[in-house]
Design a protein around this ligand. Structure first.
Ligand code: ATP
Length: 309
């Protein structure tokens, strides 16, 4: 089941929090919804999950218009809201049973679903504890278990790893990746590494507008100015080659990184097979390359470029 957001806008009074955004998340895909604080991520997720109504635009869960049929839409959605609201005095299994009843899981299936969720979310070792007695990482697992209890096709996770320690973050990411193989997952984050590690595709939102949509590789290619290589020349010094390098076909610019080791960074025109040209140029000019590696733009830089005011 796909999630389709079409020209969605949300106003709070006179303030336009989300401004005419459109994107689609597909079955079997983990979509990262990335943006700085206040970009409009939670607002969009609340609209997808029917907790707030759009000011403009439409949101579809499969063919269901969420405004026309919110209850029907909710049956297909599991939602882990920001800050993971839980009942701390309840035992895990009691809480999951309560959530299962609220989600209309048939009575005779509830125990089976609870056991499945305990298994899928790795809650076994802690299953007899109250939620308040669990570590943050296990509380987050309970949050995921409640979101999945009615076996929804769509999972909406609002900043699911906030407040976890590095080990817990890795565990929760693995769990989400596992679950994401069979569902449509939208995961929000303001942490780029999170989205890169977990998601198949990234939508970047800033000040309520989408500023990029694609895979991490797409975004790098799209927003990088040229093809960059780091080369090391074994048989000549930088001083000896610096007047020769401007003759490399498609060269845009170059700079020395470490003159004592003859390590140079060269940049050529994008989509021009620059690497091949650079290699041939080295051969023709008898330059022995002991290193030639592509330098990828850091997604971090691209994110900052897109979201810096
Ligand atoms: P964060 O990463 O900090 O959670 P976010 O991208 O999820 O941010 P939202 O919570 O969607 O951002 O907020 C978008 C903008 O809308 C912010 O400027 C916020 O202050 C504003 N906003 C959100 N909810 C309301 C509300 N109920 N009333 C008024 N303004 C709101």
């Amino acid at each position: 089941m796909n999630v389709k957001v079409q020209n969605f806008s949300k106003r709070y009074g006179n303030f336009l929090a989300v401004d005419n955004i459109s994107f689609e998340a597909r079955h079997g895909e983990i979509l990262g919804f990335l943006g700085p604080n206040g970009a409009g991520k939670t607002t969009t997720m609340k609209a997808i999950t029917t907790y707030i109504a759009p000011s403009d635009g439409k949101i579809f869960i499969g063919d269901i218009d969420v405004e026309q049929a919110p209850e029907e839409a909710r049956r297909h959605i599991g939602y882990l809201p920001e800050n993971n609201p839980l009942y701390y005095d309840m035992f895990i299994t009691d809480f999951l049973e309560y959530m299962a009843k609220l989600s209309d899981v048939p009575r005779d299936k509830i125990n089976q679903r609870i056991e499945q969720m305990i298994d899928v979310c790795g809650l076994g070792p802690e299953r007899y504890k109250r939620i308040g007695e669990l570590s943050k990482g296990y509380q987050q697992r309970v949050g995921l278990a409640q979101a999945l209890i009615h076996d929804p096709e769509i999972l909406i996770l609002d900043e699911p790893t906030t407040g976890l320690d590095p080990n817990q973050i890795i565990e929760i990411r693995q769990l989400i990746k596992q679950i994401g193989k069979e569902k449509t997952v939208i995961l929000s984050s303001h942490i780029l590494a999170e989205v890169e590690a977990t998601c198949d595709r990234v939508v970047i939102i800033n000040h309520g507008k989408i500023v990029a949509d694609g895979t991490a590789t797409d975004l790098r290619t799209l927003l990088t100015e040229g093809e960059v290589y780091r080369i090391r020349i074994a048989n000549r010094t930088y001083e000896e080659v610096k007047d020769l390098l401007p003759n490399i076909p498609e060269l845009l610019d170059f700079e020395v990184i470490d003159s004592s080791k003859n390590i140079i960074r060269v940049k050529g025109t994008k989509n021009s097979n620059f690497g091949e040209k650079l290699f041939k140029f080295a051969v023709e000019n008898n330059l022995i390359l002991t290193e030639m590696s592509p330098v990828e733009a850091k997604l971090e830089d691209i994110f900052r470029q897109l979201t810096n005011n």
